[in-house]
Write a new protein. Structure first.
Length: 153
């Protein structure tokens, strides 16, 4: 019941009927990570989706922090969906983190069983794409500025 209550407080789950959130929460496992820990991109963690209840993680690709995820955010979804090339090289815990883990099979069952859950995750992915697009645009502006500055314009 505590897991369901924790999920219902988060924006991602607010559009999902309460009884469905409770059934989904029952499929999750509580996990805790310590600051400094690195979550491997293989093994059990590679087939699980993590929803952060408290804490912070950094997702890195090529040693560069590409995304920070805090309370209310998730990580591991792309790998869980089999998008191997889009996966971050590593996930580093920057603050002690309490999360709920949903294994691939349970996640896919929840998507099939609960359309509101599937819609919430599509909206969440769309929001992540929007944020990444904004970051790319910001970086492109900085590159253009630096190029103009270098040319003396």
């Amino acid at each position: 019941m505590e897991k369901a209550i924790a999920l219902m407080e988060e924006d991602l789950f607010k559009t999902i009927p309460t009884d469905e959130v409770a059934l989904i929460a029952a499929r999750t496992e509580e996990v805790r990570f310590e600051a400094g820990e690195v979550i491997p991109s293989t093994g059990e963690s590679a087939t699980s989706f993590f929803f952060i209840l408290d804490g912070e993680v950094e997702q890195l690709r090529g040693g560069v922090v590409v995304r920070r995820a805090l309370k209310g955010y998730a990580f591991g979804l792309l790998r869980l969906l089999g998008v191997e090339e889009a996966v971050f090289d590593e996930v580093r815990i920057t603050r002690d983190t309490h999360a709920l883990s949903l294994h691939q099979e349970a996640f896919l069952e929840a998507v099939a069983d609960y359309p509101a859950f599937a819609n919430a995750f599509i909206r969440g992915l769309a929001g992540s794409i929007r944020m990444m697009s904004e970051k790319i645009e910001e970086l492109q502006k900085k590159v253009l500025f630096l190029e103009k500055e270098r040319k003396g314009e």
